[in-house]
Design a protein around this ligand. Sequence first.
Ligand code: PLP
Length: 469
Amino acid sequence: MAKDRSELLRQIPSVDEVLKSPSGQKWLKNYPRLFVLKGIRESIALFREEIKEGKRREFSSEELYSYIDQSIKGLSSLSLRPVINATGVVIHTNLGRAPLHKGAIDNIFRVSEGYSNLEYNLEEGKRGKRYDHIKEILKELTGAEDAIVVNNNAAAVLLCLSALARGKEVVVSRGELVEIGGSFRVPDVMLQSGAILHEVGTTNKTHLKDYASAINDNTALFLKVHQSNYRIIGFTEDVPIEKLTELGRLHGIPVMYDLGSGCFADLSVYGIRDEPVVKDIVNKGVDIVTFSGDKLLGGPQAGIILGRKQYIDRISPHPLTRAVRIDKLTLSALEYTLSVYADMDRAIKEIPVLKMLLQDTGIIKKRAERIVRGLKKILPPDFTITVEQDKSQAGGGSLPGISLQTYVVCLRHPSISATQIERTLRNTEPPVISRIKEDVVLLDARTIRDGELKTLLNVVKSAFQQFFA
Ligand SMILES: *Cc1c(COP(=O)(O)O)cnc(C)c1O
């Protein structure tokens, strides 16, 4: 037995031998040497290991070379790449949140291919501010006195608390001490900023008098946080923002509202209630408003801070502003996205996130039917492929409790399990991300773009060929 293994080990070529082989020479011509070497070394090491452990009982040089080939290709391909989102979750944080408007992408290219006036005032021929590029449009769209943008909304909240409330108390309702996916927790951000959390009320009920009785000499801020990813229902009460700003004004305490999603469009027209419109919140006298660029706004990752000039003037020079500053690629995409909102009808029709959220179910159904027709042509007849009604979600902590009527393509097979189908779809190029419900694989037609249909069918076709070879 041991002798068998050493015999097998002797058959494995050395790295040098592989490099000198015709395949080795071809790899060196087509891929970076770094990846070729790594691919060969790792594959050889793996084969040796498997032989030593008795997992590999014969050696095939063909198998080794094909393994190396895959490995080099894997190492040479870029890791971050496009996927087809068939989950139906429109603002999918794991899948990059908001897809960008084509114009925003073009603008990134226009601004970043060469130099730009990022921090250069063209009129005066001297140093300018990067924030000036979006200040006026944000003021115009929201009615705010002033604005600044940073890396993301978590940074925006941290920055505002640090600049306005370090060493001082911030009053927050216990019903709003939320955790937003993973690592953003209001109490933790508060701690990080150096502000002191002063909790008021209870989980389900907070009254105006709770805020009022929390006021002391060290109170710096009232903070309201949009509950984003959950809702408290039943015996509940929270303080309307206009009441809180009234109380704040009375006592000279600024009010900050972390809106989370930050929607510019009035979605109530479309039956989606509960999501405040940024402009209305500013209008209600809130002193500082923060929200994300890549949730319901449908732009790039960014944190937008709107507010009274006196507060933005305190926030801008803070050292953290420099640490969490927005880069030019994001800024160019954001400016373009904001410019689309200058015409709200256009925004509703063109901003991908809004388009997907508000699209007519008839259109989604037609798209699902097109996919079914396509799949039936390429998959063997033992697949059951149907269109069914289902619900999709906004995602990204936006619009919880609202499920959107949608149509999904259901994929079933008598001997290939749902998990296997899901995995196969996920390992195509581009990967297709689906969801499983009650042991059936669902492709939600809401988030599949029309331009992706052909690619989707092509990758499904080649992916399932392995099962029917
Ligand atoms: C999403 C969210 C955040 C974090 O925003 P990012 O842009 O992801 O950093 C903060 N607060 C609320 C209420 C949110 O919904």
